[in-house]
Every structure is written in C-alpha cells, then in structure tokens.
Design a protein around this ligand. Structure first.
Ligand code: FPP
Length: 242
C-alpha cells in the first residue's frame, strides 16, 4: 500500500498495463510565454519521471504516445524538435533507464529516419532479454494503421491458403499488432482536458478504463498517477458481463 496526497493504492492490485496520451505540452509552454519546443522538452523530462515511478511501483507494461501518424503534419521545425528529443532519449536510455526495463517502439518504423531507426533497433535488441517493466514508446503510431497492418498479414495468409477467412480469430489478429504477446491496457490516462482516444491503441482499448484530467502533461506528477490508479482500483470491471 502506498499513500500519496491522502490517496491510497493497493500495490497488489495494480493495473498490469497503463497507457498514457502525453498531451498538453504546447499549452503548458504557451501559458508560460515559452516556445512549444520548451513544452516538449518539459514533457520529455516528465516522461522520464513517470517511467521511473511506474517501474518502482511494479507496473508491468507502460505504453506512452510520443508521436502519432497524424503528428507528421505539424510544422517541420516542431517535427524535427520532437525527433531530436526522441533521439536524445534513445541515446541516454542506457544510463537513464532502470536496467531491468525492456523498451519496445510501436508504430510505423519505416517512417523514421535511418539514424533513429537504427537507434531504436539497437535499444530494443539491447534490452530484449530484460525481465522488468516493458516500456512501449508509440512513435509514428496510429491505431487504425496498426489494425490495417495486422489485417494485411492475415490477408497474405488467406491468399497463400494457410488460413480460411472463417477461421480467423481475435487472437490471430492480435498477433499481428505491434503489441503482440502483451496484455491489453487496463488503464488509459489522458491529461490536458481532452476526452478522446486520438487513434491510440484502438483494438487494445476495448475494455480499458479511462482516466482524464485537466492537468497538462508536463505538470502531470506521480501524485496524479497515483490518483488515476486509485480511481481505477475503485472501478468495477465487468468486461461486458454482469
Ligand atoms: C501532444 O501535446 C504531445 C505530443 C505530440 C508529443 C509528446 C511528446 C513528448 C511528451 C516528448 C516525448 C519524448 C520522449 C523522450 C518520449 P501537444 O504538444 O500537442 O500539446 P497541445 O495540445 O497543448 O498543443
């Protein structure tokens, strides 16, 4: 049991998989008269704090939305800035991260620059045998695109005659997702006041509990995460049953 700001969470009943839409960096910067890049830099720092905390309390899977397929349409300077932050993080991850954390990048990796892709693949390979928390960083990620990707893999099997359309199961489709082999998120958190999923983990979110907050991502502290987990622990999850 841990107590934070009078909230209690039961460490025996933690959500196994938490997913976070790290939203509100731009507004956080604007309110302070700073450029958007300062908001992203503060968001990246906060991301590191939250990753550390999740590992410490014993979360098994953490997925963060760092860059969506739609984010490519932002001004080139902002895209470059975000890619630079990610690259810096991948370089520092070796010393920054707890040495039990396994990192996975989910998304359209063919869209990433060759330098970034090489760093991503190296970090994934170097952490693949670890046994602690799995950290999925969604990068050039879109839920619909992910489902399409899984459907194409199945279509190839149908075309080659390995699978009959009528035999396709949910499990078979799940195996073609970037999160194959991982449990679906139990809790999805979106700070910044928006109440939408924005193409995040569409298939996997089927039975996730949602938690929203007006706090902007760079100001989202571990105490807010504790609050979200405490709220999650009070919910009655019925998965469609009674
Ligand atoms: C959305 O907020 C946030 C993003 C598009 C980027 C999220 C990225 C980070 C938090 C940094 C990631 C870095 C690492 C190292 C993983 P917004 O900027 O659109 O905010 P706004 O809606 O207030 O404009």
């Amino acid at each position: 049991m841990i107590h934070l700001r009078k909230k209690k969470i039961d460490l025996e009943r933690l959500p196994r998989h938490i997913a976070i839409i790290m939203d509100g960096n731009g507004r956080w910067a604007r309110r302070r008269g700073l450029p958007r890049s300062a908001g992203h830099a503060a968001g990246a720092e906060n991301f590191k704090t939250i990753v550390r905390f999740c590992g410490e309390i014993g979360i098994s899977y953490l997925t963060v939305y760092a860059f969506s397929t739609e984010n490519w349409s932002r001004p080139i300077d902002e895209v470059d800035n975000l890619m630079r932050l990610l690259e810096e993080y991948l370089d520092k991850a070796y010393t920054e991260l707890d040495d039990r954390v396994r990192v996975r990048i989910i998304g359209e990796r063919e869209m990433l620059s060759e330098v970034l892709r090489t760093k991503v693949e190296k970090l994934e390979a170097d952490t693949a045998e670890r046994t602690g928390m799995v950290l999925n960083i969604a990068l050039s990620y879109g839920g619909r695109q992910e489902i399409l990707h899984a459907v194409r893999l199945l279509a190839e099997k149908v075309e080659s005659g390995t699978v009959k359309p009528a035999d396709i199961t949910e499990e078979m489709l799940s195996k073609g997702l970037y999160t194959a082999g991982q449990p679906d998120p139990d809790l999805i958190i979106r700070p910044s006041g928006e109440k939408r999923l924005s193409n995040f983990l569409l298939w996997q979110a089927a039975y996730a509990e949602f938690w929203y907050s007006d706090i902007l991502w760079p100001s989202f502290k571990t105490a807010h995460l504790v609050e979200a987990i405490a709220a999650f622990q009070k919910r009655d999850r019925r998965f469609g049953g009674v």
